[in-house]
Design a binder for this molecule. Structure first.
Ligand code: SER
Length: 588
């Protein structure tokens, strides 16, 4: 069996041999970015660099990034959808473009030194062109020139062959996707049609050559980038000609569920589906809890997604007839399968297991009662859905799923408006929040970004050196900064911090960056998470200096001088977890 470890290593070694710097996976919780809840692709943490910031690792990068996509969470249960997955990717930040990207992709896929897939079983698609941008004849010709027959190159519309901008504006462009024939080799069709499901997409090379403007125009981008993404689990499944739940990182989880439920995965039907839901959801939950910026189950944002994942898994455990608590056993298997690649899982093991079980306990009793209540219903409406949520902790999606199973007619809008009337279920209720997005790089957000550095430094001056950043989230309207501190920040301390930040703003200090080794950065007193984030870059990190006031490891971008920020006001200070405080602030 080909394993994820083997393919991950091969991929990174291949791109290293092609002059790429291998960078570590970033956190699943995006930093500074309020447009998405989770990291959805390897390019996500690289957005500032795709927009022209200099990356300390150079302009050719490769990584294996942990990702969460919750857009099709309700489709989990079939043989291909996963909420959590590992994504392999390589990037050119203004370096190579279409020819090299395509040639390297094909070499990696087909060379016997690398994956050694049969070239005759490969097909590709390219962008066919529309009113915004022309047919990608360049990609088409390159594929032909490397020996892919014309009949195996599909020309498809934007819906299929275009990536980004994930937000309203930003870098985007045509992409070319690679497919592998998973049917019998002797039955491979001469021509490629993407509606034949035996052709499975395994890799996507995006050619970021346009910038979509606010007016909806596609302007050529100054720095042309390549952004590629290959789903690791799916590729390994294709290579082993097996179901995605039977690859090396999934099988031990499935086996544990078989043991607990005394059912066989191979049974098919509803049991198999429930096993997949449990395996996928507990895997995702374990990664969210065990992340270096882990969050806890709650009713908003990432915490709500986490809650939903655990609760849906618990219900499917009931459907399988598992008696008693089980999520912790499964989470232990998840940690075992990937702890060497993601050491944070090992580090946060106890915390993760404790929290997953606590959430299961919170829900289990209510679930049984709520199910009894549900069985009595002959129909459903928004009000009942809300009552089930409030009294028994049924996430709205669970009620939807139960309703569908019983053939009740549901009105999703009515459900949602009933929920919104009562509380903010974050942005999770609307699918839009899951689509993936680029961080907003508007002037306002950039001001808030620099203000966050000043706040961080001022907090250390006023409260002490124990202050460490635990999270940051920026919109065009406010900044939000989480940091370690054992008690409430007093009103006097808040005043002092605010005054200090404003003083630095008034001094109009220049903001500049330097590329330094980790040692040099430390010597210059730079703050930031060195070891965590930059462990595999080795050589240089990017350090932003605000005059001689603050030095912080950061990707950017920032304002040029502090006077651009305007007046700084702290609007809120509160606790978010034990030992973690949160400050919200505005500039005007
Ligand atoms: N961003 C593209 C994707 O997610 C390529 O990595 O498919």
């Amino acid at each position: 069996m080909r394993t994820t470890k083997e393919i991950r290593e091969l991929y990174l070694d291949f791109f290293k041999s092609k002059g790429h710097t291998v960078i570590s996976s970033a956190s699943l919780i995006p930093e500074n970015d309020s447009t998405v809840l989770f990291t959805t692709a390897g390019m996500h943490p690289l957005v500032p660099f795709l927009l022209g910031e200099k990356h300390p690792g150079g302009n050719k990068l490769a990584s294996c990034q942990k990702c969460i996509r919750t857009g099709d969470i309700d489709e989990v249960g079939d043989a291909t959808h996963l909420t959590f997955f590992e994504m392999l990717g390589n990037w050119s930040l203004g370096d190579y473009f279409k020819r090299e990207a395509i040639e390297m992709s094909l070499e990696f896929l087909t060379s016997p030194d690398w994956l050694g897939l049969d070239k005759n079983l490969i097909a590709v698609s390219v962008f066919e062109g529309d009113a915004d941008a022309p047919f990608d004849s360049e990609a088409f010709e390159i594929w032909r020139s490397v020996g892919i027959p014309e009949k195996r190159i599909a020309k498809l519309p934007k819906k299929n062959n275009w990536w980004g901008p994930a937000g309203e504006t930003g870098p985007c462009g045509p992409d070319t996707e690679m497919f592998y024939w998973t049917g019998k080799p002797e039955e491979v069709p001469e021509s490629f049609h993407d509606d034949n499901e035996l052709w499975v997409e395994i890799w996507n090379d995006v050619f970021m050559q346009y910038n979509k403007t606010r007016e909806g125009m596609y302007e050529p981008l100054v720095q042309k980038n390549v952004d590629t993404g290959m789903g690791l689990e799916r590729t390994v499944a294709v290579m082993n000609a097996c179901d995605i739940y039977l690859i090396n990182t999934m099988r031990p989880i499935i086996e544990e569920i078989e043991k607990l439920s005394e059912k066989k995965y191979s049974e098919g039907g509803k049991s198999t589906r429930s096993m997949r839901v449990i395996a996928d959801h507990i895997r995702a939950a374990t990664f969210i809890l065990g992340d270096e910026r882990g969050v806890l189950p709650s009713n908003v944002g990432q915490g709500y997604v986490l809650r939903r994942l655990i609760r849906r898994a618990v219900r499917h455990g009931r459907l399988l007839g598992i008696e008693g608590k089980f999520t912790k056993n499964i989470a232990e298997k998840v940690i075992e399968t990937l702890k060497d690649t993601y050491p944070e899982l090992k580090k946060n093991r106890e915390h993760t297991l404790g929290e997953i079980e606590r959430e299961e306990e919170r829900f289990a009793t209510a679930l049984d009662k709520g199910m009894k209540e549900f069985e009595r219903l002959s129909n459903i409406d928004g009000k009942i859905a809300f009552d089930l949520y409030q009294s028994y902790g049924f996430p709205i999606e669970l009620t939807e799923e139960l309703s569908k199973e019983r053939g009740f007619v549901i009105n999703k809008n009515e459900f949602e408006s009933e929920f919104k009337k009562h509380q903010e279920l974050s942005r999770t209720a609307s699918a839009g929040a899951f689509k993936g997005g680029l961080a907003d790089h508007s002037d306002e957000v950039v001001k808030y970004h620099t203000a966050t550095h000043l706040l961080h430094k001022a907090l250390r001056e006023v409260l002490g050196d124990h202050i460490e950043q635990k999270g940051s989230n920026l919109t065009a309207e406010r900044l939000r900064f989480d940091f370690s501190h054992p008690q409430k920040v007093t009103p006097e301390e808040i005043k002092k911090v605010e005054a200090r930040v404003n003083e630095i703003i008034h001094k109009d200090l220049p903001v500049k960056f330097e590329m330094l080794t980790v040692e040099e950065a430390k010597k210059k007193g730079a703050i930031g998470l060195f070891e965590e984030k930059y462990k595999s870059i080795g050589e240089k990190v990017k350090v932003y200096f605000v005059g001689d006031y603050s030095a912080e490891i950061c990707g950017g971008p920032h304002v040029e001088h502090t006077g651009q920020i305007g007046a700084f006001t702290i609007t809120k200070e509160e606790a978010v977890a034990a030992g973690v405080r949160r400050i919200k602030a505005v500039v005007s």
